[in-house]
Design a protein around this ligand. Structure first.
Ligand SMILES: [Zn+2]
Length: 476
């Protein structure tokens, strides 16, 4: 018998074959399509706007599949392309490429340039992607330091005193006015087209003439310029005092200021923690509060000392602490202690805005008023506080009442003038003539608006032309 393959069965086989082929073709095409669709290497950089003399920037390359095979950074200027960093296989899926661009060494000129990132992966694609920059980023090569010019400054300065500096800083993006290593902020001041800045700086009470006073300006490209501030240092003497620590005082103050102290700690040990650590903590807090200041002067005229108060401790008094006949500590008292009657009203020394209220370690209940440009006043040991942060106060506004909170013996107010958190002598700011001569005079010399309420700065006497030198008689 001849076996006859039924017609239906043959058709079915063909259909299966066609379907199989279709499956292979469609599968293959979509597989190739998927391979081709895998995105190429991605590159990211923290894009600078400028290239200075030396610019460092981390650049990252990342392959979606496979590994990064090549990573390259180029700078292109006027048709010339320079490779500044390059790494090649094997690199892994993600590559961090540290890049340092030395503009002068690379022959870059000031002006426009393009930062280009190139890269490829080892992932096979049916069609090789066209080799081109993954990222093109426009930059400006800037090798010129900011034009920095000191316009005027307080001429006669003293340790524990304030100094005003007026200057122009060109295209600087960051400016520091420095006393040694401590930097003070500066503020745009006066008419905008004048482009001037001013800074109030504090010379600490232990300032010596060897510590440099200067202005440093840096532009976005990292170019810096520095100028020193010309001053003449007048010495200032500070008093000494000895404080005998009584058992009664320690009994009263140590538990108040150190409520969590260990039971094994003696009262005098507790006192030393307060006098050293809490004092230091308060100094740091004052610096922080000093950074939150108005960018313009909020004050006018001289600062006022509360009426009917007696000074019984001076600024920068060096204190020796004696306990049971032994010297146990030395600290410097950076303020004035003003006493009158118990719980007497404490007026704001000048107009401004309340920057801080509350407990401040050894200062007890404290109010700090901001007067702008970093200038602030502090009122401590208060028995009560009548203002809150943000309140606008006029000169004489009652901030609270005097007291004995914190490390205080007897009802009084501990008063400080602060310049960006650094204590300076209030004597200068209580004196309208001092403000006129040391703040307004340099402002006037710089052609900037003066602080109101301290009288006119007299015009500089016009220098008379020097008389013609007399002919010297020759002896025969
Ligand atoms: Zn005091």
């Amino acid at each position: 018998m001849i076996a006859v393959v039924p017609q239906r069965s043959r058709t079915k086989s063909w259909l299966l074959l066609v379907l199989l082929l279709l499956f292979v073709v469609v599968g293959g095409v979509s597989y190739l399509g998927w391979r081709q669709s895998v995105p190429p290497v991605r590159a990211t950089l923290q894009a600078p706007r400028f290239l200075g003399h030396t610019t460092s920037l981390p650049v990252a390359f990342e392959a979606a599949r496979g590994n990064v095979k090549r990573a390259e950074v180029r700078v292109v200027q006027a048709g010339r392309s320079v490779t500044v960093a390059r790494a090649e296989t094997p690199l892994g899926a993600r590559v961090q490429l540290p890049v340092t661009i030395e503009s002068t060494a690379l022959g870059l000129k000031e002006g426009a340039a393009t930062l280009e990132l190139w890269g490829s992966d080892d992932f096979w694609r049916p069609l090789r992607p066209h080799d081109r920059a993954i990222v093109s980023h426009p930059v400006t090569v800037d090798l010129t330091p900011p034009r920095l010019e000191v316009l005027a400054s307080t001429r006669y300065v003293s340790p524990g005193g304030a100094v005003l500096v007026a200057f122009k800083a060109g295209d600087a993006s960051h400016v520091d006015v420095t006393v040694g290593r401590r930097a003070f902020p500066s503020f745009a001041y006066g008419p905008a087209d004048r482009g001037a800045r001013v800074a109030l700086i504090a010379l600490p009470y232990d300032y010596t003439s060897g510590t440099p006073l200067g202005v440093t300006a840096r532009d976005e490209a990292g170019n810096t310029a520095s100028r020193s501030v010309p001053t003449e240092l007048k010495p200032r003497a500070f008093p000494h005092d000895t404080i005998k620590l009584s058992e009664a005082f320690l009994q009263a103050k140590v538990p108040e200021l150190l409520p969590q102290r260990p039971p094994t700690q003696s009262l005098i040990e507790g006192f030393l923690v307060i006098n050293r650590d809490q004092r230091k903590q308060a100094e740091e807090e004052k610096i922080k509060i000093g950074a939150k200041t108005a960018d313009k002067p909020l004050w006018s005229g001289p600062f006022v000392q509360p009426r009917n108060t007696k000074v019984f401790s001076n600024f920068a008094e060096a204190r020796t602490y004696v306990y049971e006949g032994q010297t146990v500590d030395t600290q410097v008292h950076v303020g004035f202690d003003l006493a009158s009657t118990k719980h007497s009203p404490v007026p704001a020394a000048n107009s401004g805005q309340v920057a801080f209220t509350g407990a401040l370690t050894i200062y007890g209940n404290t109010v700090i008023v901001d007067h702008g440009l970093g200038l602030q006043t502090l009122y401590a040991h208060l028995s009560s506080i009548d203002v809150k942060p943000g309140d606008t106060v006029e000169k004489g506004h009652v901030l609270g009442r005097s007291g004995t909170t914190g490390l205080a013996v007897g009802d009084h107010v501990h008063f400080e003038v602060l310049v960006s958190g650094v204590s300076v002598t209030p004597v200068e700011w209580w004196d309208g003539k001092w403000i006129r001569d040391r703040v307004n005079k340099p402002l006037k010399e710089a052609g900037l608006p003066e602080i109101a309420g301290v009288g006119e700065v007299p015009d500089e006497p016009v220098a008379r032309p020097a008389a013609a030198p007399r002919p010297t008689r020759r002896r025969r």
